[in-house]
Design a protein around this ligand. Structure first.
Ligand SMILES: CCC[C@H](O)CC(=O)SCCNC(=O)CCNC(=O)[C@H](O)C(C)(C)COP(=O)([O-])OP(=O)([O-])OC[C@H]1O[C@@H](n2cnc3c(N)ncnc32)[C@H](O)[C@@H]1OP(=O)([O-])[O-]
Length: 759
């Protein structure tokens, strides 16, 4: 942090003018008409550096002190006519250091009073925003008398996404500047406004215009009163129907929150701005901020923020890591199979501007796939302003459809997305290995199959990798990346880079049946069905899971995904269907408890939403409104009678614990086997791929908050009651951690001794 002199100001000013792309904009919300203040005036002296080279990771105490000192000096120095606050290295500020919120010492440090100090300054203060201005950074800008922004600046108050609210008076100033609807929208969602494509009403000036602006009346002559520029003195713009607007907005905020506290408290803070004078509103903001700060949800969300970044730094048990591996560029890709997954993957690639060849087995399937892809792309283009031109998907150089494998000769990467059928996948990989250029990477989109076996069909197993997309693939953020025995670090790095380009979160995991995500899902789904056998109903189980914060419970999810998908997989595993040896007990497989309920539903043609019937009934085939189905209830009663299962009432606690603790239990086994290199990996997978509520931090973080001893005790109790269910037998690693005194999550992995056989 430093205070710069005249010379630096001139330098910055000339940079702003000369460098192409720099324009002054009227930021829709933050800059109103007549607010441009020219900072090329020769007598501008003090510039405060708000950002260190890499975002705001300078000590908060030093930063705030320097800001305060600089402002006081500028105010006292008669030669200073104005102050400009800007960032260094092209970034204004990413806000407060999130790590600081977990330190009790840091918690007391307040930015609000400094923002007020800026606003009270007798000299005009201008925020020159370049790069990001987020959270506390934007709140500082709101305290300034003028704000100018680079056309590519990104601004927002994302505190809600880390379980907080803007705690430096932002909830009180923003509504005064932009009005309640826009302020509520920004503060309760945390959306970051990107101005590359200006929103309606935003004027972007070309460079000559900027010059004209500087020479015109917009420049505020020194000595003019700053009162009207101080947001805290302005009233919140009135709405004719404020009360009705606020009650409607609250309903919307609550609906979208799914049990997360922060959006509603953000709402309350903005509402206070509409009802109370500024100072009282600030006090209310502080109260609400403190409630959030000490809530477990803020901790969970902040953990999730860092976990998402931590998984980018992947490692494997063999010693390969992100540090030493470089990704290869992907100039052109191919997708094989245009079913539900393939269509989404093609759409994702087109959106990321990677030229794609989409391949199907015959013309009939190709035409069906083409229609579906075009439909998805049209819809995506409509969501983006100028999207259609940008995506340019009618251009065959961008998107080509074919049935001819020879067309794949020049692609850099292939994603196979055909049925989950090992023989078919091997046949395709064998073909690809012969046809594709030697450097091409071969990815398989599978949710469970063995990557090593697929790779064995090729002559380049080092370039074969699993890329498990989640449906709908153009929407869901998770990409589970599975390395096999022979997968090279370059291949892993390339798949991770692909995830980034597709704007997804890539998580690297090892190869086992179901990998990390689905493997943890199996015992969870199994418990859900066992609960039905024992007396529960789909709607009761779903309700408990949805009340916990999942978007959708296991039965609604199963109906949405299609029951036939799991049925096909179980048939393939020899668990059901004609290949089952005669005399196999209905409710047992390989000596363990098995529920044939999902198979029986499929045999009755109940595949879920697509057939209008599954665990629920729907208004029609393809319908989406799930209603409890009396047929299913009597079917369950008959089933229990047939198998002499005594029905009992199962309370919500048991439903939640059996479903979630069995999933978590599997997670501990996965960690112990080195399939995932840390609990954050499993948490990121669950938050981004399985709808785990982010404000609960992911399953392993949740386990750490519940307490491992409690989870172990409950698993022991349930496994005693159900000794034939392996998913309830406590994991040895969980037991070990409990025996070691329940260490914090970040230490768990240090309790594993693993061979480190470097590649
Ligand atoms: C009193 C109350 C005041 C106020 O109301 C409260 C706040 O301001 S709350 C704050 C409100 N602000 C927010 O919520 C903004 C949160 N940040 C972001 O949204 C993105 O990081 C940003 C868009 C800035 C850059 O994206 P990108 O270019 O893709 O880069 P990246 O994401 O990979 O990050 C690079 C590195 O920086 C790290 N790091 C980043 N920000 C912070 C931070 N605030 N803190 C600590 N660390 C932070 C990040 O962990 C990573 O570290 P590493 O060790 O290299 O893995």
């Amino acid at each position: 942090m430093s205070i710069h002199t005249h010379t630096h100001i001139y330098k910055l000013a000339s940079k702003l003018h000369v460098q192409s792309g720099y324009t002054v904009i009227f930021f829709k919300y933050l800059i109103c008409k007549n607010t441009i203040y020219t900072f090329i005036v020769p007598f501008l002296i003090s510039m405060l550096i708000l950002c260190q080279p890499h975002l705001l990771l300078v000590s908060v105490e030093i930063f705030l002190q320097a800001l305060e000192d600089g402002l006081k000096r500028a105010d006292a120095d008669p030669s200073v006519k104005a102050v400009m606050i800007c960032g260094e290295n092209g970034k204004f500020s990413a806000g407060a250091d999130i790590k600081g919120f977990s330190s009790p010492k840091r918690r007391g440090i307040a930015l609000g009073p400094i923002v007020s100090l800026i606003e009270r300054s007798e000299k005009p203060v201008v925020a020159a925003i370049e790069g990001v201005a987020l959270g506390g950074g934007l709140e500082v800008a709101l305290g300034c008398h003028y704000r100018i922004a680079h056309v590519k600046a990104r601004m927002g108050l994302p505190e809600v996404t880390i379980g907080l609210l803007p705690g430096a008076e932002g909830t009180q100033r923003l509504p005064r500047l932009v009005g309640v609807p826009a302020a509520l929208d920004m503060i309760t969602t945390g959306k970051v406004l990107c101005l590359v494509i200006p929103p309606k009403g935003v004027k972007i000036c070309s460079l000559p215009d900027v010059d004209a602006l500087f020479c015109n009346s917009i420049f505020l002559p020194p000595g003019q009163p700053l009162g009207p520029r101080r947001l805290s003195l302005k009233p919140v713009p009135k709405l004719p129907n404020m009360e009705a607007f606020l009650s409607e907005a609250l309903v919307k905020v609550k609906k979208q929150a799914h049990g997360c506290l922060a959006p509603e408290l953000c709402f309350q803070a903005v509402k206070a701005a509409t009802e109370q004078p500024f100072a009282d509103g600030v006090r209310r903001e502080q109260e609400l901020f403190n409630v959030l700060l000490t809530s477990g949800q803020a901790q969970a969300l902040q953990y999730a923020f860092f976990a998402e970044r931590a998984v980018q730094k992947w490692t494997t048990p063999s010693g390969a890591s992100w540090k030493s591996a470089s990704p290869q560029p992907i100039h052109k890709a191919a997708v094989i199979g245009l079913g539900t997954m393939g269509r989404g993957i093609v759409t994702s690639l087109v959106k990321a501007k990677i030229p794609v060849v989409a391949l199907e087995q015959d013309l009939e399937y190709l035409n069906m796939g083409r229609k579906a892809v075009m439909f998805l792309l049209e819809r995506e283009a409509m969501k983006m302003e100028q999207g259609a031109q940008t995506l340019d998907f009618h251009n065959p150089a961008r998107l080509q459809f074919t049935v001819d494998f020879d067309v794949l000769r020049d692609v850099d990467l292939v994603i196979e997305a055909v049925f989950e059928n090992m023989a078919l996948k091997k046949e395709i990989f064998h073909k690809l290995s012969r046809i594709c250029k030697p450097g091409a990477f071969l990815c398989t989109n599978t949710s469970a199959l063995n990557i090593n076996e697929i790779a064995s069909a090729t002559s380049r197993p080092q370039q074969v990798i699993g890329t498990h997309f989640f449906s709908p693939a153009h929407v869901m953020k998770l990409l589970e990346i599975i390395y096999g025995h022979h997968t090279s670090p370059t291949t892993i790095a390339t798949a991770m880079q692909l995830a980034k380009v597709l704007k997804k979160v890539g998580v690297v995991v090892g190869n086992c049946f179901g990998f990390a995500g689905n493997r943890m899902m199996f015992p969870y789904a199994q418990q859900a069905v066992f609960l039905l056998e024992e007396g529960s109903r789909p709607e009761a189980v779903d309700q408990v899971i949805e009340d916990f914060g999942f978007r959708i419970g296991p039965f609604r999810m199963s109906d949405l995904a299609g029951l036939d998908v799991g049925w096909r997989s179980r048939k393939g595993q020899g668990l059901t269907g004609p290949s089952l040896p005669p005399g196999t007990p209905a409710r047992q497989r390989h000596g363990h408890r098995y529920s044939p309920l999902p198979d029986l539903l499929c045999e009755n043609g109940r595949f879920g939403q697509k057939t209008g019937k599954g665990w629920y009934q729907y208004e029609k085939a393809g319908g989406r409104t799930a209603k409890p189905d009396p047929w299913l209830h009597s079917f369950l009663s008959q089933y229990r009678d047939t198998h002499r299962i005594k029905t009992r009432f199962i309370d919500q606690e048991e439903i939640l614990e059996r479903c979630l603790f069995s999933l978590i239990n599997e997670g501990f086994d996965i960690l112990a086997e080195g399939i995932a290199s840390g609990p954050e990996h499993l948490d990121v997978i669950y938050i981004n791929g399985y709808g785990w509520p982010k404000h609960r931090g992911g399953p392993m973080f949740y386990a750490s908050t519940v307490g491992l001893s409690r989870i172990l005790a409950k698993l022991q109790k349930y496994s005693e009651a159900h000794p034939d269910v392996p998913g309830l037998q406590p994991s040895a690693f969980l037991k070990k951690l409990v025996a070691m005194g329940n260490p914090p999550l970040k230490e768990w992995m240090s309790y594993l001794s693993r061979p480190n056989n470097k590649l």
